[in-house]
Design a protein around this ligand. Structure first.
Ligand SMILES: [Fe+2]
Ligand SMILES: [Fe+2]
Length: 227
């Protein structure tokens, strides 16, 4: 693997690259956790099977699909306009999004049938393979062009601020404290005030779904113990 990109810019500041890379970290962190959770189910511990199914159905697959949709609808057209030389890479990335969609659908069927956890195990391994390839390519080709984007969009109302705070409670878990500190500096007050409650809620959910779980201290888009 080539060196994964740092979350912070070279000058120690944050940018929209930091935000995107923290999401990628979370997708890697959580597919590793899903794989571990399904292995536990396969080994006979079904105590968290319902919670794990819910995490796939209501969170992971929705967040991943939503992330791809957001990139295709907003980030990629913007980059395409500014950097026409990236057209081929952007086309490849959008193709990869479309390759991942049917795997998510297979995942839905597999997680609905956790009596046969080997199905979910197979889908997760396939998804991880696609995802590792896709995220690394996107980070190599696209992230460098987001390093100058410094303005985080201010949520228009309290509702959106709460949704953003939920997103950050998800994407900050396992990120090194010194990086989180810089990210917080970039966030608007309307969002920051909602963060502690959102983080407490996310920690409670993590415990419910994963049982005991390790929290890393990553400075790149790759979780500390990611294989
Ligand atoms: Fe993507
Ligand atoms: Fe992405």
């Amino acid at each position: 693997m080539t060196q994964p990109p740092n979350l912070l810019n070279d000058d120690g500041t944050t940018s929209m690259a930091t935000m995107l890379l923290m999401s990628h970290h979370a997708f890697r962190r959580d597919i590793a956790r899903l794989i571990r959770a399904v292995a536990e189910i396969k080994a006979g511990d079904r105590s968290r099977a319902e919670a794990v199914r819910g995490e796939w159905e209501k969170s992971y697959r929705q967040a991943l699909h939503g992330h791809h949709t957001m990139e295709d609808a907003h980030i990629f057209p913007d980059i395409r306009g500014k950097h026409p030389e990236l057209a081929a890479a952007l086309d490849t990335l959008t193709d990869q999004h479309h390759q991942i969609d049917p795997v998510l659908e297979k995942g839905d069927a597999a997680f609905a049938d956790l009596a046969h956890p080997e199905k979910a195990e197979a889908v997760l391994n396939e998804l991880k393979m696609f995802l590792d390839q896709h995220l690394a390519f996107e980070e190599a080709e696209i992230t460098p062009f987001l390093r100058d984007a410094k303005d985080f969009p201010v949520p228009p109302d309290e509702n959106m601020a709460a949704i953003y705070a939920q997103g950050f409670s998800w994407s900050m878990q396992g990120i090194a404290p010194e990086v989180v500190e810089r990210v917080r500096e970039m966030l608007p007050e309307i969002l920051l005030v909602k963060l502690p409650a959102a983080q407490a809620e996310f920690e409670a959910r993590s415990e419910r779904v994963w049982g005991a779980y390790a929290v890393g201290s990553a400075t790149t888009s790759i979780p500390n113990d990611y294989k």
